[in-house]
Each structure stands twice: as structure tokens, then as C-alpha cells.
Design a binder for this molecule. Structure first.
Ligand code: UDX
Ligand code: UDX
Length: 465
């Protein structure tokens, strides 16, 4: 089977870049990305490609190349489903905020809505691809809905989890370590569907890097990969606290540990804590699934990764307060960086949100600068936590356009995102314009020992030195 028309439901951080790259690499396939959020679609169609709603290095060039040729963005979900041979589901799956599994399980209501819509609209056989990260065995539920509410057409369900990281999404899509495709490999129809998706990726990915498995292995592999990655960060962050107490330097420890080829050097950077839309959500999901099978030890083991991460954010903030003579009430504190990591405008679960919330509890006046995040997003993130009223947040938190402005007359500055531009600031000049003694809290170990010693800051770096 040759795929001619692809539809992707969800024009977010995953759906948008993934479909842009598929369209770029497969010029003979028409790719339509649909979303119920009209504003988002309007932005994807903005004449000026620099205004597309997601910032990813290299993405606007690809959109410029493919948009209007074989890449389309639309709100007409029914029409796109009807036309497609293959439908990717790329809608968000947040942690449930209500009912059974509240705070742990993935909320699948959007997935179910998509399945019902696909079933209602489809008049010919289709391949449905789970792109969103889902709890294991969701494909089974999807299949039930499709088969029982559809018009008698056949659906094949594939799992094709995304491993792209934000900030390097385009690079990760163009040169993936592997592509994982799970399907019903025990039947001829299932194998055909798997092959159809393999053929799409084979336009640019070497076949030996395309793994095919059964559906459940694929779904579980995605949760496992994110849990393993997050576990490495929590492991090094646990060591960072010990380093601070003992005088060891966590980067030196990480280097020594990572040079063991069995361990490897990546994902060992101590930080104020991991953020992003995936790690916490996927681990909570894994914990929930384990508990639901009665696997208490397995659940507790993985939950510890989250407990450590929450501890890291809290102890960083409380350390700021302690160092500033146990009070930040009415003090001006500059926050540099709001995104959960550099090179993205995404702020989901960013450590900056939690650190700022803690500082607001202590009545600090916070001034934020981030090169890519809009002021309104910062307010929405804080309001979403529900700890402080919208009025208090807007009174106490100011958002400015430069790092220098954020730090002027501040008592302390805290680096929470590792944006490259923060490395190259004129730190001496910033220091001169701050109140003395001026404190710098480096949650990303961005400034090295030399810079630290050359300036007059009272300096705290997560993980010691
Ligand atoms: C992703 C993945 O798909 C998810 O598996 C992962 O675990 C979190 O990140 P992402 O692309 O980052 O989702 O989410 P988001 O940027 O919120 O995009 C989802 C889009 O789907 C939104 O634009 C939303 O409007 C759209 N949507 C949601 C629909 O079009 N229909 C719906 O029914 C629900
Ligand atoms: C992650 C996975 O990497 C990706 O494969 C999956 O598909 C989605 O989830 P993402 O959340 O975009 O991607 O970013 P990632 O680079 O993994 O960083 C997550 C968080 O961990 C960030 O807050 C980052 O700053 C932090 N981190 C990462 C560290 O604190 N130390 C590290 O060594 C690496």
C-alpha cells in the first residue's frame, strides 16, 4: 500500500514539526495538519513564516519550503480525515486533574474524541497512528471505539512514538537514532500497515534504524525511554546536593562517571530540575500503570525520580531565601530564563514556574526576562498553579525585554534556563548595577569558576564550586 494523503490531528509541538519534516522529505505525499484551535492554525498559515506558533531552530525554513506545496494547515478536521489514507493522532494527553487517577493517569479524553470523529467520518479503510505518548494498551481502546462506532470500514492501529526533544526537534526528526513502529505484526493486514509507515520514513531514514515491534512494546518503550532519561537527571541531581555539602564539583563527578562507556556522557548535567511536557507526565503514567497492576515496588521505584525532581526545585528556591538573610520580602529578584530549556518557547513544567511561585510565597518582587517567552505566558503559567491570585501575580511579577533591565537594582539574579546569550552577558556591568551585596544563583551551572571569581557576586551554583 502506498500512502498518498496523510492527516495529522494536533498542530502542536509534536504534530507541527513532525508533519513539516514528513512533507519536506516526501514531496509526493500530501500532508494536512488539523487542529481545533483556530488561532493556532491561523498562525501556522501566517504569511511571514517567522510567526508560526512554535519556535524550533530550522523549522520556519522547512515550513516555507513545503507549505502550500504538499503541507497544509486547516481547521476542517472532517475533510482532512475523509481524504487521508493515514491519520496521525498528535493531540495532547495531560495528566488527569479530576476523578480516578487524578494527578497521575493520562487524560485520554482528547484521544477518545479523535477516535470517535475518525470513526464517524471514515468511508474507506484507514491506518490510524498513535503519535501522542499513551498508556500501554491504549491502542486496544482505540480499536474498540473505531470498530464499534464506525461505518464498517477497516482500521489498522499503529504506535509510532516520538523521540524528538524540543529545541532540536528538526535535527532529531531528520537524523533520528531510531524510528519505532508498533503494529499488529501477527496478521497480514497489520504487517501491510506497518510497511506503509516504514515506507514513509524510509524516504530519509536508513531501514536498519527503523524498528518494528508489537504495539504494546512500542507504547511501553516510549514511557521507558523517558523514564530512563529523567532518572539520569534525578541521579545526578541527587549527587549535586551531596557535592554542595562535601566540596566536590558535580560536573567533575559527571565527567568521571560518564567516561565509563557503559554509562555514557549524555544527560548527566545537574540542574534546578527537569521540566517539559513529557518526563513528569510519562513517569506519573508509568507509576499509575504499575500501581494498577499491583506492582507497588515498581511504582515506588519510578516515583522516586519525581520526588527527587520536586525536591531539587524546592531546595534551590529555599536556598535562595536562606542565603538572602532568610527574607526576600519586598526584595527585587531577577529571573533569567523561563522556558524549560534553551532554544524553545515552551514553558510546560519549567522549573522557573515553581521557583517563582516559591519566591512569591515569600513576598519577593520578581522580574523575569526570557528571550522567547511572551509575558502573558508567564502570567498564565503562574496563575495555573492556583497558589496566588491573578492580581497578586500581576502586581509582583514584572516581565522585561533584556537581562540588564531585569537585573538593574536587584538584590539577586537567578539563572533558570541555559540560554546561550546568558553566557555572553557583560556580567561585570550587570553586577555594577545591582544592590550590594549582589547574589547570583546559577541553577544551570552556566557560568564557570573563572567568571565567578572575576566578578564580585556572592555566588551559588547548583552542585557546588
Ligand atoms: C505532545 C504529544 O503529542 C504528547 O504525546 C506528549 O506527551 C506531549 O506533547 P504536543 O504536541 O506537545 O503534544 O501538545 P500541544 O502542543 O498541546 O498540541 C496538541 C494540539 O492538539 C493542540 O494544538 C490542540 O489544540 C490540539 N487538539 C487537542 C485538537 O486538535 N483536538 C483535540 O481534540 C485536542
Ligand atoms: C524529552 C525527550 O528527550 C524526548 O526524547 C521525548 O520525546 C520528549 O521528552 P524534551 O522534554 O523536549 O524531550 O527535552 P529534554 O532535552 O529531554 O529535556 C528535558 C528537561 O531535562 C529539560 O528541562 C532539561 O533542561 C533537563 N535536563 C536535560 C537536565 O536537567 N539535565 C540534562 O542532562 C538533560
Amino acid at each position: 500500500m502506498k500512502i498518498k494523503n496523510i492527516c495529522c490531528i494536533g498542530a502542536g509541538y509534536v504534530g507541527g514539526p513532525t508533519m513539516a519534516v514528513i512533507a519536506q522529505k516526501c514531496p509526493e505525499i500530501n500532508v494536512t495538519v488539523v487542529d481545533i484551535n483556530e488561532k493556532r492554525i491561523v498562525a501556522w498559515n501566517d504569511e511571514d513564516v517567522e510567526n508560526i506558533p512554535i519556535y524550533e531552530p530550522g523549522l520556519s525554513d522547512i515550513v516555507k519550503e513545503a507549505r502550500g506545496r504538499n503541507l497544509f494547515f486547516s481547521t476542517d478536521v472532517d475533510a482532512a480525515i475523509d481524504k487521508a489514507d493515514m491519520i496521525f493522532i498528535s493531540v495532547n494527553t495531560p495528566t488527569k486533574t479530576y476523578g480516578i487517577g487524578k494527578g497521575m493517569a493520562a487524560d485520554l479524553k482528547f484521544i477518545e474524541l479523535c477516535a470517535r470523529q475518525i470513526a464517524r467520518v471514515s468511508k474507506n479503510d484507514k491506518i490510524v497512528v498513535e503519535k501522542s505518548t499513551l498508556p500501554v494498551r491504549t491502542a486496544e481502546a482505540l480499536k474498540n471505539i473505531l470498530d464499534n462506532t464506525g461505518n464498517g470500514v477497516n482500521f489498522q492501529i499503529l504506535s509510532n512514538p516520538e523521540f524528538l526533544a524540543e529545541g532540536t526537534a528538526v535535527q532529531d526528526l531528520q537524523n533520528p537514532d531510531r524510528i519505532l513502529i508498533g503494529g499488529d505484526i501477527d496478521t497480514a493486514e497489520g504487517l501491510d500497515a506497518v510497511q506503509a509507515l516504514v515506507d514513509v520514513y524510509a524516504h530519509w531514514v536508513p531501514e536498519e534504524n527503523i524498528l518494528t515491534t508489537n504495539v504494546w512494546s512500542s507504547e511501553l518503550s516510549k514511557l521507558s525511554a523517558n523514564a530512563f532519561l529523567a532518572q539520569r537527571i534525578s541521579s545526578i541531581n541527587a549527587m549535586s546536593e551531596l557535592c554542595e555539602k562535601t566540596g566536590a564539583d558535580v560536573d567533575e563527578v559527571a565527567k568521571a562517571v560518564g567516561m565509563d562507556s557503559r554509562i555514557g556522557p549524555k544527560f548527566l548535567k545537574a540542574s534546578v530540575g527537569f521540566g517539559g511536557s513529557c518526563f513528569q507526565k510519562d513517569i506519573l503514567n508509568l507509576v499509575y500503570i504499575s500501581k494498577s497492576f499491583g506492582l507497588t515496588e515498581v511504582a515506588d521505584y519510578w516515583e522516586q525520580v519525581i520526588i527527587m525532581n520536586d525536591h531539587q526545585k524546592r531546595r534551590f528556591a529555599s536556598n535562595m531565601v536562606k542565603t538572602l538573610y532568610n527574607t526576600v520580602s519586598g526584595k527585587k529578584i531577577a529571573i533569567l530564563g523561563w522556558a524549560f530549556k534553551k532554544d524553545t518557547n515552551d514553558t510546560r513544567e519549567s522549573a522557573a514556574i515553581y521557583v517563582t511561585d516559591y519566591l512569591l510565597n515569600e513576598q519577593a518582587d520578581v522580574v523575569v526576562y526570557d528571550p522567547k517567552v511572551k509575558a502573558e505566558q508567564i502570567y498564565v503559567d503562574l496563575e495555573y498553579l492556583g497558589t496566588h491570585s491573578s492580581e497578586e501575580i500581576r502586581n509582583r511579577v514584572k516581565v522585561v525585554n533584556t537581562a540588564e533591565e531585569a537585573c538593574k537594582d536587584a538584590h539577586a539574579v537567578s539563572i533558570l534556563t541555559e540560554w546561550d546569550e546568558f553566557k555572553n552577558l557583560d556580567w561585570k556591568a550587570i553586577y555594577e548595577n545591582m544592590l550590594k551585596p549582589a547574589f547570583l544563583f546559577d541553577g544551570r551551572r552556566l557560568l564557570d569558576r573563572k567568571t565567578k571569581e572575576e566578578i564580585g557576586f556572592e555566588f551559588y551554583s547548583i552542585g557546588g564550586y
